[in-house]
Design a protein around this ligand. Sequence first.
Ligand code: ITT
Length: 207
Amino acid sequence: MAAPTLVMATRNAGKVRELRDLLQGLGIELLSLADFPDLPEIPEEGATFLENASFKAKEVARLTHLPALADDSGLEVAALEGRPGVFSARYAQDRTGGAIPSDANNWRKLLEEMQGIPWEERWARFVCEIALALPDGRIFTAQGECPGYIANEPKGEHGFGYDPVFWVPEFGCHMAELEPAIKNRISHRARALAALREILVSIKDEL
Ligand code: ITT
């Protein structure tokens, strides 16, 4: 019997790598949006990570007729009242669409905003909402968080996004200094997926 197939509804290569690692060993064939170049861009216009993840998973399941897994994730900084939040991926983009929201531009903007804020007020957390949508309309969701602090300068070469400026208390270093295998144990995405993995195991025969 052919292995069940799941589409990871993301175009972010960093996420695809992490999701592949986290979902290995389940006997599920993993595709990503790179395998469906003709699918339209799915807008992320919801007010919450959960809304965005659910909408994206449902749309991709509807368009591909395959089970789809979508995450919406980002960084919430206490001193900035939860920003960049759902805008994490495009934080550096100005209203005119001028500045390119690359990973480095995004964390540079964050460091600028955090200038002068003392260490004890630099608390932040990565948040991840994951949604699994089946072509029959059923949807399953799970959440994960990873707490830490916004560092004063970037450090490390691993990971993606805000990892160079996120200090992880548990390891006393920046997220981007952690080997991928370690990040994949403690990250918001890992924690959300651990919960979703159990659901996946229980419905694998229906995929
Ligand atoms: P897709 O929508 O195609 O999945 P994306 O990059 O737009 O890719 P999100 O909308 O979930 O992904 O935005 C998440 C942003 O939050 C991402 O671009 C990073 O800037 C940040 N982020 C999420 N997870 C992260 C992680 O593990 N480490 C560092 N930054 C992360």
